[in-house]
Design a protein around this ligand. Sequence first.
Ligand SMILES: [Zn+2]
Length: 145
Amino acid sequence: MITAVGAEVTRHAVGQRAGVGCLVNSCRECKKCRAGMEQYCTTGNTLTYAGVDRDGTITQGGYATHIVVDQDFVLRVPQAIAYEAVAPLLCAGITTYSPLKHWNAGPGTRVAVIGMGGLGHLAPGRIHPRRQLEAQRPDRPGIPG
Ligand SMILES: [Zn+2]
């Protein structure tokens, strides 16, 4: 929940539900940042947890009652979605969603997911709502993972 905003904040307001992912800053000037791919910032992004921010401070993560973040790295959370359901999407979810979006994977696309149980556990939901995914264990071809 947003409890305060700075004078220059235009996209968020006090009282809105919000979430912060694993990035809290980037240069915003390089080609990758201008393309909306701050995770690939050529000068280095700032991670939410123990990252070195542009001013040299160390980020303190999100396990706190409050976090101060630039509006560019704040996502709105709809009322219909519980915070506990959103939390995994802000890190593992976007990590698996980003390459699928980049490569235009959708229904009918065959996708291999390596690492089911970690980040890959969230991939089937990003690929297709019904989780129609052929996940195979490399050590046992043909056996769903
Ligand atoms: Zn950048």
